[in-house]
Design a protein around this ligand. Structure first.
Ligand code: ADP
Ligand code: MG
Length: 531
């Protein structure tokens, strides 16, 4: 076996690949990004215009009809002339990396204690980090990774951290390709600067043949050989294309690139549960077995998961290797969320922009939402935006309540929009019944309407049992609230009510072209009383 073969301790163990990894297309969701860019563009625009606008202009004409021709008050003037509330809104976005992370000292110190070995040239234990969304896992991991790299540069020890978000990079092919290409780049950079040095030396040797003698090269020939080897190495690196190579070729390219020189590499796999869910545990299996095959470098894996139970799906060997050390990120309580928000608000808002109940209320809402700091920051930002839009002087409690409603509604709309058609039909049946004044709707009633709706749109009719399952799913998603009630000798049934706003939900459903075509819904509602 050559060192470039995939690692395997026993001969019947093959390098594990997932054949479905080729021909991937990028599915990165960029909507958030674009919205962020637009907003920050608007912020910059607002800043500049405020600085140069003549306040006299605005007051002289008073508020005017923005559509009237020749008016100096354009569509945007009113919006711009209000006092700004935000100083720097981006600070409240998930992409911002805070400098300090209150209430995460313990977790950060634990990570550092494990990873410090990398700075001594040892291989740190693999780490698994768990915690619900918004508990600061990504922020803490990035913080530790920056510190580790800074320190390694300070002491000139070869230690590198590679961060991969597996929600985006979600197949073995992509993970290995990204790693391979990153190391190819660092190698090329290293070789490039080394070649510069050596060519420099070569020039000096031409002028003064004794020059190389004070270096590691005892002859001009040795120097020339070294330059030639480096040039060949440089030519040999071939970056991995986005798709198309067999996975074992991607793997060996990655393997060679990482092992090209001595170094300790910490590979951070964020949202690792998404990778396992989508592509199985092959990647982790292969990565966790590399060290026995590497000659020059060492790899340590740090997996970050939102799902506490994801290791149940792992091969036992992967599970024990990956979970050498485990660090749990507990949810934040309301007091901790207040501290986090207060630190951020200081930079995000202009002085005195928040009334005093704003932060406690955001913290309280987010604490109910499993202690999610992301949610707390979203609330604060949305509340600020709503205040800005209504041209209020300050952000108040009402803005926070409206923001909470808006975020919740956005969530519902997104959940309903992405439901499978069958679930949408079931939900539509519930809505039609409620529209007709029904309460505590039972499964049988839903099923009757559901069947007729399916006929109408030419969809397959599922059994009542399957529909009951779909109702349970809607219940789990928080869209309906279903309780099991006993009907004495008639057995048990589920009774449900819609737990989301009916108009918005119906609008989302009818925007689906299949459901939108149902014309007259009245006869269906009659079914409740007919059958
Ligand atoms: P996770 O990865 O656990 O889902 P993140 O690390 O992405 O959570 O955190 C969500 C948001 O909350 C980010 O904007 C992050 O900066 C912020 N955040 C989380 N914990 C803290 C903290 N202790 N201090 C300051 N900001 C925090
Ligand atoms: Mg995260």
């Amino acid at each position: 076996m050559t060192r470039n073969d995939p690692p395997s301790d026993d001969h019947d163990e093959q390098f594990r690949t997932n054949t479905a990894v080729h021909n991937e297309t990028e599915n990165t969701d960029e909507t958030g990004e674009t919205a962020a860019n637009l907003d920050s563009f608007a912020d910059r625009f607002s800043g500049e215009t405020n600085a140069t606008a003549d306040p006299e202009d605005a007051t002289e004409d008073g508020p005017s009809d923005p559509t009237s021709a020749g008016s100096p008050q354009g569509l945007f003037d009113d919006l711009l002339n209000g006092e700004p509330i935000f100083e720097n809104k981006d600070v409240l976005r998930p992409s911002y990396t805070p400098e300090r992370l209150p209430h995460r000292n313990e977790q950060i110190n634990n990570m550092a204690t494990i990873l410090v070995g990398a700075l001594r040239g040892e291989t740190p234990s693999n780490i698994l980090i768990y915690g619900k969304t918004g508990t600061g896992k990504t922020a803490s991991a990035k913080f530790v990774s920056n510190e580790l790299e800074t320190t390694s540069q300070k002491y000139e020890v070869p230690c590198e951290v590679e961060y991969i978000n597996c929600e985006v990079t979600d197949t073995q092919y992509r993970v290995l390709a990204q790693l391979a290409n990153t190391f190819i780049e660092t190698n090329e950079r290293d070789i490039g600067s080394r070649l510069d040095e050596l060519r420099d030396l070569e020039e000096r040797a031409d002028a003064d043949p004794a020059a190389p003698e004070s270096t590691e090269f005892d002859s001009p020939g040795a120097l020339e050989d070294r330059i030639e080897t480096l040039e060949t190495d440089l030519d040999d690196f071939e970056p991995v294309p986005m798709t198309g190579w067999p996975t074992d070729r991607v793997y060996s390219t990655f393997f060679e690139a990482i092992d090209y020189r001595e170094r300790v590499v910490v590979i951070m796999l964020d949202e690792i549960d998404k990778l396992v869910e989508k592509s199985g545990d092959d990647t982790l299996y292969n990565l966790s077995r590399m060290n026995s095959e590497l000659d020059n470098s060492r790899v340590s894996i740090m997996g970050i998961s939102n799902d506490l139970k994801f290791t149940e799906f792992l091969d036992p060997r992967v599970k024990s290797s990956l979970g050498e050390e485990e660090i749990v990120f507990p949810p934040y309580d309301a007091t901790q969320l207040r501290d986090i928000l207060a630190a951020r608000a200081q930079i995000a808002f202009v002085d005195d922009a928040l009334t005093e109940d704003v932060i406690p209320l955001c913290a309280a809402f987010a604490a109910q939402e499993h202690g999610d700091a992301r949610r707390a920051l979203d609330l604060l930002r949305t509340a600020g935006e709503l205040a800005e839009r209504s041209q209020a002087d300050r952000v108040g409690e009402d803005h926070v309540r409206d923001a909470q409603e808006k975020i919740e509604l956005d969530r519902v709309v997104e959940v309903v929009r992405t439901l499978p058609t069958q679930s949408k039909v079931v939900l539509f049946a519930v809505i039609l019944l409620e529209r007709n004044g029904a309460q505590n709707i039972n499964t049988g009633e839903v099923y009757n309407i559901y069947r007729r709706l399916c006929d109408e749109i030419d969809a397959d009719v599922l059994t009542q049992r399957r529909v009951t399952d779909l109702i349970s799913e809607l219940d789990m998603l928080g869209i309906v609230n279903a309780v099991v009630v006993s009907k004495g000798r008639y057995g048990r049934t589920k009774e449900m009510n819609l737990s989301v706003p009916i108009d918005d939900t119906e609008a989302v459903l009818t925007s689906d072209s299949r459901l939108g075509n149902i014309e007259d819904v009245k006869p269906f509602v009659q079914a409740r009383f007919d059958s």
